[in-house]
Design a protein around this ligand. Structure first.
Ligand code: URP
Ligand code: ZN
Length: 456
């Protein structure tokens, strides 16, 4: 049914203003004050609320085969949790197996996802076998709506790592095809050496996950990837940036005019490496790990000043039983943390508390991911775009507890975190999918979003 949101404050990446939003079918049809709408249009009272574009989580791992197991949220549970956190589109990572083509890798994952997704989705493809045929396929993959590829600079022993020659080849081909290369930047050789040293000394508590992958391990790879992107003249997207020196390198490259896009995640903005000293430290094991306070401060500065272009979650939850595999040995803990339901509420709460403007949250959670990844119908409240709309009440106090979350995981690293304000409704292409704490969406509603490549 067509609807009009009245009485709310519309937030864009640049402004906040009182306006009505008229939705016709699945699209935003008009925005303005005292809009005249056809008879029979449903009125939604948004008085006292912010009216926001749905967030785009550019980094999730749903039913993700990894570290000898599979992440705890399947495409249904993960997108249900997303909808309940104001996320109206997720990008999931597909891992290319050796010998596979890009579209060949995506096809079975799309077949798994399509009947389960409650919100719209697309894929980034993590390339592990960069053959000439795969490089050639960049153009056809982009034409099929898949213009973004990730290279793991890490996970050497898992057979996922891409070397510097691969990085250069992928960057060169991305420049020719308008595609975008993303990197997970950490130095695998140094990590493996550190792990060997700690194992020999019996140092296997979660703290040594951080100590084996400290700031310098991530920074070296950030700097190396930026170096090659600059040398090739191609854009680069750095996923889950979490360290101070890497942030400095991004800042310098951007100031020199290079298109280096940095993503960070809420867990790096909120937690420090001190979590690895906790009894439940294994639940926080993800890669890269949370870093020290100086890194967290640098990320906040980078976010405020526009050097962090997106905030996404790297949502990759593992159950308590899965995490417990590494109770006595951090190297056996599956790497990954949850966050898809916490991203928008956490950052909006920080905005309510005055740390950043609401406009910045819309920019990094909706508008920038849409622009960077070519989601032309998404990311902003603009006539003609999809009616992906979130209502947010800044006056609601909310304490995160796992029983209020909509993931299939049996705990949350965010347990007990107090927020100022919370999301009350999420609409996916005009369909109500979350209302006052309850998921009201539908399995299979979500559609694959064909992303547009950059113009070359
Ligand atoms: O620890 C993490 N981040 N797990 C998911 C895989 C990855 O590295 O992104
Ligand atoms: Zn990831």
């Amino acid at each position: 049914m067509d609807m009009v949101f009245r009485g709310g404050t519309v937030v864009t990446s640049h402004a906040r203003f009182p306006a009505d939003v008229y939705v016709k079918g699945e699209k935003i049809a008009a925005i303005g004050t005292d809009l005249t709408v056809p008879e029979g249009t449903k009125t939604i009272d948004a008085t006292g609320k912010l009216v926001l574009p749905g967030a785009i989580d550019a980094h999730t791992h749903l039913e993700f085969p990894f570290n000898g197991t599979t992440s705890a949220d399947d495409y249904f549970a993960g997108t249900r949790a997303a909808a309940c956190g104001g996320v109206t589109m997720v990008f999931d990572f597909v891992t290319q197996r050796k010998g596979q083509g890009i579209r060949e890798a995506v096809q079975p994952r799309d077949a798994l996802c399509a009947p389960k997704a409650c919100i719209d989705y697309s894929f980034h493809v993590a390339l592990t076998d960069l053959t000439p045929a795969v490089l050639e396929e960049f153009a056809d993959a982009a034409a099929a709506g898949l213009p973004s590829f990730k290279l793991y600079m890490v996970y050497k022993k898992d057979g996922l790592m891409m070397n510097d020659a691969d990085i250069v080849a992928a960057l060169e081909r991305s420049k020719e095809t308008g595609t975008l290369i993303a990197v997970h930047a950490e130095n695998p050789d140094v990590i493996d050496r550190n792990i060997d040293i700690f194992r020999a000394k019996g140092k296997l508590t979660p703290w040594y996950h951080y100590k084996s992958r400290p700031e310098a391990v991530e920074a070296e790879a950030d700097i190396r990837a930026i170096h090659w992107a600059k040398a090739v003249g191609a854009p680069l997207y750095i996923v889950h940036l979490a360290n101070d020196e890497g942030m400095k390198a991004v800042r310098a490259a951007v100031n020199e005019g290079y298109p280096i896009y940095a993503e960070t995640c809420p867990q790096y903005l909120h937690f420090t490496c001190d979590v690895y000293k906790r009894d439940d430290g294994r639940n926080f094991i993800c890669s890269p790990p949370m870093k020290g306070q100086a890194s967290q401060d640098a990320l906040w500065e980078g976010l405020k000043e526009g050097y962090i272009r997106t905030v996404a979650t790297d949502h990759c939850p593992f159950t308590q039983a899965q995490k417990d595999w590494g109770k006595d040995d951090f190297t056996k803990v599956p790497n990954g943390c949850m966050g898809v339901e916490n991203l928008y509420p956490y950052l909006l709460s920080e905005a309510t508390r005055g740390r950043i403007p609401y406009e910045k949250v819309v920019e990094v959670c909706a508008e920038n991911p849409a622009k960077i990844f070519g989601c032309t119908e998404k990311g902003a409240l603009v006539p003609g775009k999809d009616a992906d709309i979130v209502l947010y009440d800044p006056t609601i106090p909310f304490t995160i507890t796992n029983d209020k979350m909509h993931s299939d995981c049996d705990y949350t690293i965010w347990e007990g975190t107090e927020l100022s304000g919370y999301i009350t409704e999420t609409y996916s292409r005009g369909k109500l999918v979350f209302e006052d704490g309850t998921f009201v969406g539908e399995k299979g509603w979500g559609k694959f979003v064909k992303c547009a490549p950059r113009k070359v």
